[in-house]
Structures are given as C-alpha cells and as structure tokens.
Design a protein around this ligand. Structure first.
Ligand SMILES: [Zn+2]
Ligand SMILES: [Zn+2]
Length: 232
C-alpha cells in the first residue's frame, strides 16, 4: 500500500504499524486480546516486539485501546493520547455514550458494537498530545484535534508519506462515511470538514480499508466547502 506502513487487523478495528529508522510506531491497539496479532506482524518484519517504541491512540474507545496494556507490557512502548480521553484509558472505562450516526445501518451497528459500560484493561498514558504539535517520530507526525465522535479524538498526519490516519472521525465501510456514532454530531461534522481541508496522498481508518487514490479529493467531495457560483 504505502511504503513503511502495515495494517494490522485487530478484531473489527485496524491498527497501523509504521516503520521508522528510530523503531516502530503503532497507531491504535485494537480490541482486547489482539496483542498477538501485533507481535506476529512485528516478527514477520524480522524484528522482536521491543522494536515498537511508540503507541499513539487516536481516541479512548474499547476497540482502539483494548490491547494497549498487553502491548506495552511486552514492548515497553511509550503511549500517547489526547488529554480529554486519558482518564478513560487509565480507568479502562466506562466510556462516554454515543448517539448513532444518521442512517439505519449505523444505528444498528452502533447498538451492536458500542457498549459504554464495557471495561477493558486500563493503559497508562505517558505523554498527552497537544493539538497542532508535530511529534518527532518517523519523520514527523502532526496531531490534529478532531472531536465529535469522541472528545479526545485526534487524526494524525504522517508527513514523511503524506498519509492521514483518520481514526474514527470517519470510516470507509461501504464507502467513505460517518463513524458508527457521535458524542456531538455538530463537532463531528466540523472535524470532517477540517480533514477535507488537508492535502494527503493516502488515508487509513479505524474501520474499513485504506484509500490510496486521490483521498483528498474524496474527502473534499464528501465534506469540503462546496464551490459557490456567482451569476453576473
Ligand atoms: Zn471510536
Ligand atoms: Zn472504532
């Protein structure tokens, strides 16, 4: 797909493994019980799990932090998260409630897959993320605060490969669209528009396949400002 990044399926959620000169970075940690999938992926690349140096969470939901504690135990990776979700990760739940996104499919899936009273193993966060900062990891990873689905949701723009990791700001299940639910639909739309303003060559999602062809255009068509025509 994109040189230097590997998708690791961890249940019905994706994690992304980035190869840097300085070691590996993982974006998100999937559902509980999926750490072995990550270790297998790292070994498959010819390294031992302690090659993983950084673990960046896009937000504090069970399907993104579930295997975080198990991964840190084995690798000693440094953990990163937006401050608004840190208390959730460090308690392992409960989670803030979500309202299903518009549409029948997402209403059904949200009920099926999101349970706010779920508990996962707590994972300690070493380093709070700041909106707008560029982490000096793998050639620069920019932190974009994108609340709506989750207050502490961030999207990550990896400068070296111009790849966007959208987390659950949107999904790519049966096409580019909404996540299953929102804490605030209005904020979620603002965040989707914010991503549509960016320029990138590939996009990865918490759920659904990546987009490697004209992702910026697809985002703009979906959520970007519509051109205004003036009749003179
Ligand atoms: Zn989520
Ligand atoms: Zn998710």
């Amino acid at each position: 797909m994109i040189k230097g990044v590997h998708i690791v399926p961890m249940g019905m959620a994706n994690a992304f493994l980035i190869e840097g000169d300085d070691g590996f970075t993982l974006i998100d940690a999937g559902y509980p019980g999926k750490a072995v999938a990550l270790f297998a992926a790292v070994r498959g690349l010819g390294h031992s799990p302690d090659r993983l140096k950084h673990l960046i969470f896009t937000h504090g939901h069970p399907d993104h932090i579930g295997s975080g504690a198990a991964i840190v135990r084995e690798t000693g990776a440094r953990t990163y998260m937006h401050p608004l979700d840190i208390p959730i990760a460090e308690s392992g739940g409960p989670f803030r409630p979500l309202k299903a996104a518009p549409g029948l499919l997402r209403r059904v899936l949200c009920k099926l897959f999101f349970h706010p009273d779920e508990r996962v193993e707590p994972v300690a966060i070493d380093r709070p993320l700041t909106a707008g900062e560029i982490l000096p990891i793998a050639g620069g990873i920019e932190v974009i605060h994108t609340p709506g689905h989750c207050a502490g949701q961030v999207a990550l723009l990896w400068h070296a490969r111009r790849m966007l990791f959208a987390g659950d700001v949107c999904s790519n299940i049966m096409g580019l669209g909404d996540p299953l639910g929102f804490e605030s639909l209005e904020e979620g739309r603002d965040s989707q528009r914010k991503l549509a303003d960016l320029s990138f060559d590939a996009a990865g999602f918490g759920h659904g396949g990546p987009i490697v062809r004209n992702p910026s255009t697809r985002f703009r068509n979906k959520w970007g400002k519509k051109p205004t025509f003036r009749i003179e």
